[in-house]
Ligand binder design. Sequence first.
Ligand SMILES: Nc1ncnc2c1ncn2[C@@H]1O[C@H](COP(=O)(O)OP(=O)(O)O)[C@@H](O)[C@H]1O
Ligand SMILES: [Mg+2]
Length: 371
Amino acid sequence: MKKKLRVGIIAGGRSAEHEVSLQSAKNIIDALDRDRFEPVLVGIDKNGRWLLLDSGNFLLDADDPARISLLPSGSPAALLHYAGIVSEAGTPAAVDVVFPVLHGPYGEDGTVQGLLKTAGIPFVGPSVLSSAAGMDKDVMKRLLRDAGIPIGKFIALSSHEKIPSFEETAASLGCPVFIKPANMGSSVGISKVRNGEEYRAALEEAFRYDTKIVMEEFIRGRELECAVLGNREPLASLPGEVKPARDFYSYEAKYLDEKGAVLEIPARLPEETVQEVKALALKTFKVLCCEGLSRVDLFLCEDEGGGSSPVKRPRLFVNEINTMPGFTRVSMYPKLWEASGVSYTELITRLIDLAMERFKREQSLKTSAAF
Ligand SMILES: Nc1ncnc2c1ncn2[C@@H]1O[C@H](COP(=O)(O)OP(=O)(O)O)[C@@H](O)[C@H]1O
Ligand SMILES: [Mg+2]
């Protein structure tokens, strides 16, 4: 019988999505095809410590999304070059491939990906460049704009630069304005502002999380999400729709309030729009050089806008890419694939196979000019 691949699942992390990541890890371990794979669990606690834990017993309050946490009893773990994950206590737990189920800063932003790449371990999801570019809303938007992908108007601002007045910003972006930290996620630090007072408070809030922020025009539209899977010939899923109950899809609506948003999977859309969304999601994925997986989030403006202006506004805008989207059984990304005919277990298997395929391809490249 073929040797089982040991899959390192890295979960938790220092971001606001620590808890979601733990749920995703548990769901992945439960669904993993045990004929082919064996899980090895590494939890990263909120202080950034890596702990090797029993993959069958690594959580406290596993069934309570608000209280779920890592068992504090694991042995400290580290990555060894070309040896996989090992624990400091001396029992090496080598892995063949890693699934970094981490979201947000210190996980989805290329940092962990860089560590894994340096250690010579194949891993699931986009590599260093795409993860970092996808995380930085300013850099991501500039790359998309350069490729002719429709995005909303935006201004990026660093903390050392002169801050324009609300009136100046509203004159170029309209009102309301969205203000966000450039590198974050989960809607943390995001505000929608309508006047000078809200503007000042929102800037202060966004600058608490990053030294760079983005200010964006408000796009009135339906929020669509499309899952992309693959390496060099990626596939796009059917789109889904998020219907936030309140003003926008806030942190509360995502994680705290059960009635904060309704997910419609698949979204009710005419076939032509489905094809447009898929094409735009695939183009976004390719422009950002992604491999493995990503979820592309878009706005669909029903009213074609433009008013009396001769310039017709596009109907679809890309809002952002998530290179390691929520991966619990009920998260949008796996649900979209389920609706498109790929089960949760099959999806995990395909992602691991894609990680191995990329690694082999990269291994075959020369790293020096030696003959
Ligand atoms: N320019 C915008 N126009 C309208 N709504 C927006 C805009 N930007 C963000 N939003 C709302 O805020 C939510 C979070 O913003 P997003 O850019 O997706 O940040 P995050 O990376 O934290 O998810 C979106 O899902 C949407 O509801
Ligand atoms: Mg988002």
